[in-house]
Design a protein around this ligand. Sequence first.
Ligand code: DAH
Length: 360
Amino acid sequence: MREKIQKIRENFELEFRQFQEIDFLRLSLSDAEGLMRNLQEFKAKHTGKKSEIAEAKKLIKEIPPEERAEFGRSVQEAERQMLSLIQEAEKRLKDFIAETKIRRETLDVTIPGFRWRTGHLHPITILRQKIEDIFVSMGYAVEDDREIENDYYNFDALNIPEGHPAREAQDTFYTTKGLALRSQTSTVQIRAMERRGVPIRIIAPGKVFRNDTPDPTHVPMFHQVEGLCVDKGISMAHLKGTVAEWLRRLFGKETKIRMRPSYFPFTEPSAEFDCSCFKCSGTGIFQDEKCRPCKGTGWIELGGCGMVHPNVLKNCGVNPEIYSGFAFGFGLERMCAMLYSIDDIRLMFENDIRFLRQFR
Ligand code: DAH
C-alpha cells in the first residue's frame, strides 16, 4: 500500500515539473493562460474524484484495522502536499497574468505621440500658385492648354517655319500622327488669341517637353510660365514695368531687373530678363564668398521676352498696324532651384518624401 502512494507521488511530481520550471522572464501572456488551463486539467486529473488518490482513499476502509490509521494519514498527507503544490503554482501563474495585464494597460503619457503626416503641395506647384496670384492681381487671366500639339502651334504660328534653326534647339518627342509634345508654352499665345481675340492679358503655366538627357540642370519634362499682353499702344516700357513689378512682388521690393538684347523668332525686338540676386542682393558676394545662385555676377537669368512679332499677330488674325503686345516666358524649375538652393533639378521629379517634406 505504501508503494502505491509512493507511485502516485512519483507520477504527480514527474508531470508537475512543467509547472515548476516556468521561465517567467520569457513567458508570454497567452502562454501563461495556456499553462493555467493545463494546470486546472492537471489538478482534476491528480486530485479530482476519479484520481488515483481518490481511489486510494476509497481503499482505506478495506485496510486491516491495525494499519488503517497510518495508511489513512499517509494518503491524506500525500493529498495535502499535492494540493498545496498545485495552489502555489496557481498563485504564481495568476500573479504573473495579472501583472502582465496591468503592465500592458498602463499608459505612459510621456511617450511622444504619433502624428499623421499630412500631404502638402509640391515646391513647383507652390511657386506656380504664387506667380498665378501675382498676375491675377495685375488683371491677367490664367490659361491652360493642351500638351500635345501639332507643328503649326508649336512652331509655324510662332514664326518658326520648317528648316528654321530654332526648331532644332527645341527638339521634342514626336508621335506618329504629326503631333508632338509641346516644347514651349508659347503655343498658348496662339490658341488664346484665337479663342479670346484681343485685347488680351494672360499667363499660361504648364508642362513642356524637350528631348534632353537628364542632368543636374536638364530634365525632359519641366514647367514654363508664358505671359502675353496685347492691346493698342503697348510698348517695351510696359514690358519692362510688368516684369519689374511681378518680380518685386515675388522676390521683394528691393529686386531690380535688367534686360539684355537677345533673339527669339516670335518677338522683335527680343530680350532676356535677369533679376538682381535674392541671396546677395546683387552684390555678387554672400558671407565673404562668391555668391552661389548668381555665380558672383549679382544677376540671375530668368527668361526670355520681347515685343510680339507682327507675323505672330497676323497668324492670329490680329492687325499689327493697330495692336501691339509683349510676351515673356520662363522656366519654373530653375527659378525654384535657385530660390531653395537645390543644385540638381532632377530631385524635383523623384518623389522622395524626405526631399519634398522640406518645402511645406
Ligand atoms: N518660349 C521660349 C523658350 O522656351 C521662352 C520665351 C522667350 C517665351 C521669349 C516668350 C518670349 O514669350 O517672348 O525658350
